[in-house]
Design a protein around this ligand. Structure first.
Ligand code: ATP
Ligand code: MG
Length: 356
């Protein structure tokens, strides 16, 4: 199973849009996908029409050990199971802070789920305990970057967090891909930002650019992925291309390239029927397969991400859209071996000012 986390502590850059539509496209291409909503905003869940109420088992219950992974699954589409989130997850960081092995809660709870080709995690815009849990479980980090002037703000903090988790907890972890999102080929700025990103992440930037497309913004309000809502749109084309690129990176070929239907591809991938799942919250929709300026100085990232030393590891990321802020309060648990706070780089350190 390929384990991928979509991470960027900057808000509004395309993490959720990518998690939802990449998962939907991989599933439509015959891959068996487990999608995990690890953001209290629950945008991924809502995008599939799942509004987890108090009766639904969510990623919050999973992290707390209240239920098994199989009990939290919702089958949202053929080949695509979701572990939904709701606002309860906002309290998980504080509740888990004092527990032993808190950074492994997700990894341990997902151990029994092996029947998938891909596990994809939508992370919140922070670098707190939820993100650390995601990074402890996955081996691949994909960073969606919005093609705008501030694209690389805060990326050094993200690098350091990944580096610390890799060295202390999960040696298999690596930043494997950067996904240019909200790309507008008509503007020189988008092209310049991508050139800049390619300089910083040589060989890791996906060839696929996710173009700005209003259909992508509309689809969630209909509870649909882009390949269901607007299968002929640029957004559907781009996410399908991204899914094919992800598969190619893992040595997998599109079903039609090898003369298979997606169903045959799923069967030949070795995937077996999913474990017992909670009843779907709604009827699944039918799946329709579809055929610069220099980066801003890191010092300015403090405007987007503030770390309060007094709060001992509290990182708050503010969304680029100025909307939903997500707070990751990883409080200090005195007496533990090491603190989540120690995973979080301090942007006031001199070296943080250089990397962009
Ligand atoms: P957060 O950090 O708050 O979770 P995010 O990184 O998950 O945000 P998204 O929710 O995916 O970002 O996207 C932010 C907004 O931009 C959403 O309204 C989404 O519909 C819109 N959006 C994302 N990608 C595109 C695109 N390629 N074209 C047009 N709109 C887009
Ligand atoms: Mg999101």
């Amino acid at each position: 199973m390929h384990r991928i986390a979509l991470v960027n502590q900057k808000g509004g850059v395309g993490k959720t849009t990518t998690a939802v539509n990449l998962s939907a496209c991989l599933a439509a291409l015959g891959r068996r996908v487990l999608l995990i909503d690890l953001d209290p905003q629950a945008n991924t869940s809502i995008s599939f029409g799942v509004r987890a109420d108090e009766r639904q088992r969510t990623s919050y219950n999973l992290l707390r050990g209240d239920c098994t992974a199989a009990e939290s699954l919702v089958t949202v589409r053929p080949n695509l199971d979701l572990i939904p989130a709701n606002i309860d997850l906002a309290g998980a960081e504080v509740e888990l802070a004092g527990t032993i092995g808190r950074e492994f809660a997700l990894r341990d709870s997902l151990r029994a789920l092996t029947n998938y080709d891909y596990a994809i995690i939508d992370c919140p815009p922070s670098l707190g305990l939820l993100n650390v849990n995601a990074l402890s479980f996955v081996t691949e980090v994909y960073i969606p970057l919005q093609c705008e002037y501030f694209a690389l703000h805060g990326v050094s903090m993200l690098f350091k967090t990944v580096g610390v988790v890799k060295s202390r907890v999960n040696p298999a972890l690596d930043i494997q891909g950067v996904i240019p999102c909200m790309y507008d080929a008509r503007t020189g700025l988008s092209r310049e930002v991508v050139t800049e990103i390619e300089k910083h992440f040589p060989g890791r930037v996906f060839k696929t650019r996710i173009r700005t497309n209003v259909r992508l913004a509309e689809a969630p309000s209909h509870g649909k992925s882009i390949i269901e809502y607007a299968p002929d749109s640029n957004g559907a084309q781009d996410y399908r291309a991204l899914a094919l690129e992800v598969m190619a990176r893992h040595g997998e070929r599109a079903p039609e390239e090898i003369g298979e239907t997606p169903e045959e591809a799923a069967a030949s991938s070795g995937a077996v029927a999913s474990p017992a799942v909670a009843p779907p919250l709604h009827q699944p929709h039918p799946v329709v397969p579809t055929g610069t300026p220099a980066p801003a100085p890191e010092a300015a990232a403090a405007a987007a991400v503030s770390v309060s030393p007094a709060a001992c590891g509290t990182v708050t990321a503010t969304t680029a859209t100025g909307g939903t802020p997500a707070a990751a309060e990883s409080s200090s648990a005195q007496g533990d071996d090491w603190q989540v706070a120690s995973l979080i780089p301090n942007p006031s350190r001199p070296e943080s000012a250089h990397e962009a």
